[in-house]
Design a protein around this ligand. Structure first.
Ligand code: TYD
Ligand code: MG
Length: 470
């Protein structure tokens, strides 16, 4: 006799389970986040090998590095750690509309072009829509590519797994998206926590047994209203997040977890009218629209993962409007760090900005998280306050301490290399501590300006004596 369906309630936000419905989750304190989950799954015993016993191994046996499948896209390979690993599961998460389907369709096409047999299953779009998108993307339609790529529109995981098990030809399978998938064993609606988990589990199990690469697309929403792919993070081998500001063309693919590679790699893309274009040299693009001779702008030599990128920090100061506190509007940086830099400039360098509204923007839609940006932010602020532009050919990096001292940051040599590569003449950076042998070597032609204290930086912007007379 089939087991009676059991029902329980699960919080959409923190995934705590409750036997009964309540209005507020005791665990995370959110209201109205419990949803009913029904499952008729009678536990079945399905041994993965015939004997139903574990095969154990010794630690000292030979280990081969995993085989890699070249995706045909260098930026994607870089984030994955030189390609896809057969039998692994990769989750590609991101906001709706950010370009996940576009990226994956371009990848499947590039794979098919390399004669890898690929299946793209869409639960969101009809076949015709995918074809139209492929047309818009001007994807390769040569017979050899077209033969290697199969499209399917389905949300039924049982059908998908039956097909994969029967055909056993696919090397890469893309599921777009996991929130649309449905498994008959679970009574709740697609997108619910248990449905998402169950479908993913079934597909991942199949990928491991049949040895294909499973790529799962998942939408994340800020409110966590959907059963986001966060529940899946621990089930898959790699988690990549596709990020960007929809108003800007840049998109960053970031590895948040990777069992087969580094997690701090990023891939940079630009969304164009013919799809995503790879950006092998992001600094040049981020600085393309820079006008060096405007006060309030400074170039920051940052690191995104292991990759150096130059970005422009812009500051605009204006007299405070109204009686309230001064406005601090920050895009792409941490506003509490901005307050700290402003306080340090005031307390240690006598630069009074308390009565000014401050607008700070990192161009290109990127978000900086490194404290190494402090020095560039300070330079932009001082430049805006004094009305003197920073040198058009200088780039900045360094952390600012509470006493105004400028502290060393990691990867100095890599940052200098990037600054040199982009044709800058000066690098303004923290003073080197330690012996001369460990001093990072700047590339040829780059002039190093070591700065120990913020007041030294302020002094560089002091109006020159002959300025007054001219
Ligand atoms: P899409 O890949 O459908 O996003 P997701 O799968 O993450 O929801 O991309 C959606 C957006 O990308 C859409 O708003 C239009 C834009 N876009 C372009 O700008 N150029 C293109 O060539 C394509 C295909 C999409
Ligand atoms: Mg999509």
């Amino acid at each position: 006799m089939a087991k009676k369906p059991t029902s329980f309630f699960i919080c959409r936000v923190c995934h705590t389970r409750y036997p009964k419905w309540t209005g507020r989750c005791d665990h995370c304190g959110e209201w109205n986040t419990l949803e009913e989950e029904k499952t008729s799954a009678t536990p079945r015993r399905t041994p993965l090998n015939k004997a139903g016993r574990l095969t154990t191994a010794r630690l000292d046996g030979k280990a081969q590095p995993p085989e890699r499948i070249d995706t045909g896209m260098a930026e994607l390979n870089r984030v994955l750690g030189s390609g896809l690993v057969p039998g692994s599961a990769v989750l590609v998460g991101g906001d709706p509309g950010i370009g996940k389907s576009t990226l994956m369709l371009q990848m499947t096409c590039a794979l098919a072009r390399g004669q890898q047999s690929v299946l793209y299953v869409s639960g969101e779009e009809a076949i015709d829509q995918i074809r139209l998108r492929a047309q818009r993307l001007e994807l390769d339609r040569s017979p050899s590519t077209v033969n290697a790529l199969e499209l399917a529109a389905s949300i039924n995981v049982a059908d998908i797994s039956a097909t994969l098990e029967e055909r056993r030809v696919h090397r890469v399978v893309v599921i777009d998206s996991i929130q649309t998938m449905w498994h008959e064993d679970v009574a709740s609606a697609p997108g619910s926590v248990s449905q998402v988990k169950h479908c993913a589990f079934e597909l991942i199990r199949l990928a491991k047994t049949l040895g294909f690469v499973l790529v799962i697309i998942g939408h994340v929403t800020k409110e966590g209203a959907l059963a986001g792919p966060r529940v899946l993070e621990h089930m898959v081998d790699a988690v990549l997040y596709f990020e960007g500001d929809r108003g800007h063309q840049f998109r960053i693919l970031r590895a948040a977890k990777n069992r087969f590679g580094a997690t701090d790699e990023i891939g940079v893309f630009a969304m164009t009218d013919v799809g995503l274009r790879e950006v092998p040299n992001p600094s040049a693009l981020f600085l393309a629209e820079r006008h060096g001779n405007i006060a309030g702008s400074a170039v920051f030599a940052g690191l995104e993962g292991t990759r150096p990128v130059l970005l422009e920090v812009q500051v605009l100061l204006s007299a405070k409007a109204g009686d309230g506190g001064a406005r601090r509007a920050v895009i792409g940086w941490d506003s509490s760090r901005l307050s700290m830099i402003l306080a340090v400039l005031e307390a240690r360098c006598g630069l009074k900005l308390g009565s000014m509204d401050v607008h700070l923007n990192v161009t290109g839609g990127l978000k900086i998280t490194e404290p190494a940006a402090d020095l560039a932010v300070a330079a932009a602020l001082i430049s805006a306050a004094t009305g003197q532009p920073t040198a058009a050919n200088a780039a900045y990096f360094g952390e600012v301490g509470l006493s105004g001292e400028i502290r060393q940051v990691a990867q100095t040599e890599q940052r200098l290399k990037e600054i040199g590569k982009l044709g800058f003449q000066y690098a303004v950076l923290p003073r080197h501590v330690g012996n001369a042998n460990t001093r990072p070597k700047p590339p040829k032609g780059l002039i190093i300006q070591e700065t120990g204290h913020l007041s030294d930086l302020v002094a560089q912007f002091a109006p020159k004596a002959n300025d007054a007379s001219s």
